[in-house]
Write a protein of this length. Structure first.
Length: 135
């Protein structure tokens, strides 16, 4: 989950996009450990609808909870602009397992602090979406 970002003004609509092309986000919580940890600062680039790919680490919003902005890994793309996202930490389920399909609004480009660099590859064995929901 993201504690804050630089696009706190929200555009109208069920799933608000990021308002600027680049966003700095601060991670809150353990759902993406060990890839991303609580307190990490991330550089995120706005993502056009439907452009997320499996394996991408993204900033996402859930239509069921448009106020919730999360950092998750895309496990699978679904119909339209929806994606199935899961955290790298299988013990935390604040992802598509709890809220259903999400809309990816930004792609994480790099971690800026405290350990600058690109993010690690996906953790093995993430949760799977309900059968028949992928396209």
């Amino acid at each position: 989950m993201i504690r804050s970002d630089t696009s706190e003004r929200q555009a109208p609509g069920p799933v608000p996009p990021l308002l600027s092309a680049w966003v700095l986000a601060r991670v809150s919580g353990p759902s993406m450990s060990p890839t991303v940890r609580h307190g990490d600062r991330l550089l995120v680039r706005r993502l056009p609808p439907g452009r997320a790919r499996a394996g991408d680490v993204v900033l996402a919003r859930f239509p069921a909870r448009p106020d919730l902005l999360v950092v998750k890994r895309v496990q699978r793309t679904l119909a339209g602009d929806r994606v199935w996202v899961v955290g790298d930490n299988p013990l935390v389920t604040d992802d598509s397992r709890a809220y259903g399909p999400a809309v990816a609004v930004g792609r994480v480009v790099a971690r800026l602090r405290p350990r600058p660099g690109r993010l690690a590859a996906p953790a093995p064995g993430p949760a799977t979406p309900p059968s028949g929901s992928a396209t």
